[in-house]
Design a protein. Sequence first.
Length: 297
Amino acid sequence: MKTVVSVSLGSARGDFDIETTLGGLRFRFRRMGTGGDLQRARSLVERLDGNVDAIGLGGANLAYWVGARRYPCREGRFVACAAHKTPVVDGTGFKDTYERNVPAYLERNGIPVAGTSVLLVSALDRWGLGEALEAAGARVMVGDALFGLGLPVVFPGLRWFETVARLSMWGLSRLPLRRLYPMGAGQEANTPRFAWAWRLAGMVAGDFRFIRRHMPRSLERKIILTTSTTPRDRELLRERRARAVCTLVSPLEGRTFGANVLDASAVAASGKFPLEREDYLWWWERAGFEPRIERFE
């Protein structure tokens, strides 16, 4: 059996421990939330090192991507470097391979991307998805300043954001993660803000913790494109009158997994690290991953 553990800076409320078969292999998937406690997360990684097949880092990045440039995330690396035997991944492999195919899937299944205004909550977290959306003809509005810093600014496309980000990433990559991403109980909080930005979008894409952070009381007619959701999350979207939610991978055992878990599953299945693009694509095909659209109207 392959064992994958997600060490998350999020709340322990979302923890799970399940066994399932994926791609003909038996897996045990486990999530361990630390409520934003970096030292506890590092201690868990140290304890798991050498005892599991792969570790996913949830709620933090090892690095931020801006175009082809990579900016290390200090706190994410602080947690991950406690491992010396077991690979630690943050979901980047999943995001930069599998997620690039999602816009084409949406088009094939009756959800138009070309000409749609998409609010991408964080390009730093999902640069590959942003590029794929733009290539498919979407008008991408980059919301990193809104959702990460609380500033009333959206960037009209990745190129505009890239220009500004390259001037500021030295400082941003050193900010405490709590300043950029909801952690612990903050992941459950919802404070509606920036209604004007939401009104401009027909689709909202990215990490659901970011989306929930400031989503308005009404999501009428909007498509939500995200990764990890629980039944409670999907019911919340239904209550707020979203048109549909597209989870990037179909639920396993009743829940969808975060990108870090899916990335770690590829590492565990292949038995090697680091992986090349072809290794990831091989695993996504073998595992039979495909998005799932749940329509609310």
